[in-house]
Design a protein around this ligand. Structure first.
Ligand SMILES: Cc1cc2nc3c(=O)[nH]c(=O)nc-3n(C[C@H](O)[C@H](O)[C@H](O)COP(=O)(O)OP(=O)(O)OC[C@H]3O[C@@H](n4cnc5c(N)ncnc54)[C@H](O)[C@@H]3O)c2cc1C
Ligand SMILES: NC(=O)c1ccc[n+]([C@@H]2O[C@H](COP(=O)([O-])OP(=O)(O)OC[C@H]3O[C@@H](n4cnc5c(N)ncnc54)[C@H](OP(=O)(O)O)[C@@H]3O)[C@@H](O)[C@H]2O)c1
Length: 434
């Protein structure tokens, strides 16, 4: 049998994971072509001090900020077959994750297959009629010199990341705000905000973490969000408010409860939009909205074109273990060891899943949140794709850390853990000061 040719868009954690597993199956797959728009691997984890655009005019990809530490311990965060350095603490500064990904790349000899400084402009299916319809993929890319190149593949893995295109909520009168408006995508460190009044909008991981950083840097922070009041004490200088409803004529912010404030900075920690500028969704039978892509069979592939895989679209997951399972399942599909249902059945399953969420009252923008469902999902992929499932200890330690994070958002990163077995972890001694 001829080896299958696979293109991988992006050399972040997902793209490296895809390349690693493709390279481990040389009987079926030719070495992949990995397209990467920057000059390095790591994606999100490559800290970029600049904001705005690169020299070539493309938007800066990474949303990493200078003092970020992981919110998952390395024992949960790791690819299950590639541990972090055992000497490191459980919660890591971003530089250590970048080093880890570089080591993963080197250990699996991926670098020679990456085309750096090469942006994918277009991925489109080509359908030819043989014994039945045959699909191949044309990938058009552009290198540093601007020269364009189109190549043909049997399959494409979209690993271009999901945290780069800032979601800007529609706030009536936003243009009237007289201070500075920035999105967390362009936040790097707290010093420029010292002594300033900052309204942080959104209390997801970015909103909460950045509010705490700003508070420590002597900014007066109003954390404005639509969640129930956060149940833990916030440090001096940080207080909560309801969501911003409007910017008034005089530039002041009016909150949902009617209270009003002036601020020098409005920092939008309001998440990210899905964005695949190189795809033509309608042609793939897909609908791409700001917070939703449908229909995707197993949150992974369009039923109309099941040789295209979008890795890591779900939220509230353990990203690296999740990619590890999705990639292996996708390769099992391509190898033919997973028999896919018909297009109609895949569509029905994907749409049924969404319909059940709507019935449960899940809002459109939360449809791709997995949370507790991630474990059953990963287990099903492993069973169907016939590869080792995630060890149960990943789930139990993830749940413990999640619990700690809800109670001690400022201190949970001081704890250290150790994996004792596939089913057991233990907590290690406390480290002083965070
Ligand atoms: C601020 C922040 C903090 C986070 N903290 C954690 C954490 O503590 N723990 C955790 O597990 N996860 C964390 N995450 C989630 C993180 O996104 C994942 O860990 C992981 O890095 C995602 O990998 P990815 O490969 O899907 O995407 P990315 O890391 O975004 O990589 C995508 C790659 O694709 C390239 N690319 C994009 N478009 C093109 C194109 N058209 N052509 C060629 N190349 C392209 C980009 O340059 C990039 O290198 C965090 C995310 C953010 C934003
Ligand atoms: N390692 C770390 O410490 C760390 C730090 C930052 C980010 N991260 C990771 O980065 C990824 C992105 O996180 P994120 O926090 O940037 O995005 P996010 O998880 O999508 O959170 C965005 C938040 O903004 C809220 N929001 C949106 N519009 C709003 C509005 N108009 N008013 C009030 N609130 C609004 C959303 O509320 P709804 O939920 O109601 O929509 C949501 O809570 C996640 O994977 C996260 O784990 C990790």
């Amino acid at each position: 049998m001829q080896q299958l040719r696979v293109a991988v868009v992006g050399a972040g954690a997902a793209g490296l994971c895809a390349a690693r597993h493709i390279l481990s199956r040389p009987d079926t797959f030719a070495p992949p072509v990995v397209y990467e728009l920057t000059e390095h691997v790591g994606g999100t984890w490559y800290y970029e001090e600049r904001t705005g655009s690169y020299d070539n005019g493309l938007f800066i990809h990474s949303s990493m900020y200078r003092d970020l530490r992981t919110n998952l311990p390395k024992e949960v965060m790791m690819f299950p077959d590639f541990p972090f350095d055992p000497q490191l603490p459980s919660f890591l500064p971003h530089q250590e994750v970048q080093k880890y990904l570089e080591r993963y790349c080197q250990s699996h000899c991926i670098t020679p297959h990456i085309r750096f400084s090469t942006v994918v402009d277009e991925v489109s299916p080509v359908v030819t009629e043989g014994k039945g319809p045959m699909v191949t993929w044309e990938v058009t890319s552009r290198d540093k010199s601007g020269s364009r190149n189109t190549e043909t593949f049997d399959s494409v893995f979209i690993c271009s990341g999901h945290y780069s295109d800032p979601h800007i909520p529609s706030i009536p009168g936003l243009e009237r705000f007289k201070g500075k408006v920035i999105h967390s995508h362009s936040y790097r460190h707290p010093e420029p905000f010292s002594g300033q009044s900052v309204v942080v909008l959104g209390a997801g991981a970015s909103g909460l973490d950045i509010s705490l950083e700003l508070g420590r840097s002597n900014a007066q922070v109003t954390l404005s969000h639509g969640k129930p009041t956060l149940p833990f004490p916030l440090p001096y200088g940080v207080h909560q408010a309801t969501p911003v409803e409007e910017i008034q004529e005089d530039g002041s912010l009016r909150f949902q409860d009617g209270s009003i404030t002036q601020a020098q900075v409005l920092l939008l920690c309001t998440g990210y939009n899905f964005s695949y500028p190189f795809l033509e969704p309608a042609r793939l039978g897909l609908e791409v909205q700001e917070h939703l892509v449908t229909p995707l069979y197993r949150f992974l592939m369009p039923p109309a074109f099941p040789s295209l895989f979008i890795i890591g679209i779900c939220k509230i997951i353990c990203p690296f273990p999740h990619f590890h399972c999705q990639v292996q399942f996708a390769l099992a599909v391509l190898e033919g060891s997973v028999a896919l249902p018909s297009r109609a059945e895949m569509e029905e399953e994907a749409q049924g899943e969404m319909a059940r969420k709507v019935e449960r009252g899940v809002q459109l923008r939360h449809m791709l949140k997995m949370d507790k469902e991630q474990w059953g999902y990963a287990q099903t992929l492993a069973q169907t794709g016939r590869f080792p499932p995630l060890p149960p200890v990943t789930q139990s330690l993830y749940e413990e850390v999640w619990r700690q994070r809800q109670v001690h958002p400022q201190n949970y990163r001081q704890l250290n853990y150790r994996l004792v077995s596939d089913t057991q972890w233990e907590q290690q001694e406390l480290h002083a000061g965070e």
